[in-house]
Design a protein around this ligand. Sequence first.
Ligand code: GUN
Length: 283
Amino acid sequence: MTAEVINGQELASNLREKMKQEVAALNNNKIFPKLTVILIGDDPASQSYVKGKHKACNEAGIISEIIRKDASISEAELLAEIDCLNNDETVHGILVQLPIPKHIDEQKVIEAIDPKKDVDGFHPINVGKMMTGQETFLPCTPHGILQMIQSKQIETEGKYAVVIGRSNIVGKPVGQLLLNENATVTYCHSRTNNMKDITKQADILIVAVGKEHVIDASYVKEGAVVIDVGVNRTKEGTLTGDVDFEDVKQVASYITPVPKGVGPMTITMLLRNTIEAAKRIEQ
Ligand code: GUN
């Protein structure tokens, strides 16, 4: 078997084209969706992600503002900045790029953002709404993954989904979204025993480990759908996933590449949430 590649770049581009029209229609009604990103310090990966978000916003007609802060910023200063954005009626979406410096309490920062402007979907109120199946801002990477699966009409109901990884940003919420779609979900992580025995049963395998090519074909059932969330920089400076693409492609039915897989869909779902935030706040 050779897997069909789910091209995240292509799907993202189609969705963004529709969003561009949606934003233009909102502009006609004097609504100008705006995202403000706070970027702290000079981590190259964070800078690159924020640049990608800024470019995508501009292309879709969403106003994008980046507030850069030195890594020495105090927690109080950051919380005051967030409070200011919460009260700024021109700002619809607020995103603090993670990770943030260790002297600042990340959870305090997440909880300081007005849930109505929390386009990351990280605020406990929005996490709770997602868990209970209520309409809310869905976290961008998990939502993008679901869209990729659904774009190929892949059935989730009754399927066995295995998630490798349990981060608050990807692992935990993607499992929850698959559960909401009636999949049976198991989480694997660094302390899981006999992981291969579990992953080899998965109809849908989500890999969010953060280590280059750790999942080869020996972890994958014939015909499984494999979603690679990894973004690892190789020694040569290129990007590659957590999945050994060439090997797994031989056994999977569908596979996502890195780059041009989940990454562009994450940004697209951020645009989606920003447009939704503008609609909810203004209408
Ligand atoms: N850092 C890596 N991914 C993300 C994300 O989705 N949102 C934020 N705020 N920071 C991140």
